[in-house]
Design a protein. Structure first.
Length: 84
């Protein structure tokens, strides 16, 4: 289902909780091109230190590529915040 919605990056929103434990959604910029933050099930918002452009280069239409980049950005951000 996720891979079939490649033209609309926001279509992954209902599946974020299945992809990433503790993440309910991500926040896109106004153009729905850049993922700026992650949002927990409790509504906590953590801005990503390295926002992810979902339409840049070979990521456009390749959900699996930008989801991997989102994962890396989430890990780096939370590692820095927690001081580990």
């Amino acid at each position: 289902m996720i891979l079939s919605q490649t033209k609309d990056p926001t279509a992954v929103q209902p599946h974020m909780g299945k992809c990433f434990e503790g993440i309910n959604a991500v926040r896109f910029n106004d153009l729905n091109e850049i993922i700026e933050a992650m949002i927990s099930i409790e509504g906590e918002v953590v801005d990503l230190f390295a926002p992810v452009n979902v339409v840049a280069g070979d990521k456009k239409g390749n959900v699996e590529k930008w989801l991997c980049e989102v994962e890396q950005s989430m890990i780096a951000c939370l590692t820095k915040i927690t001081g580990q």
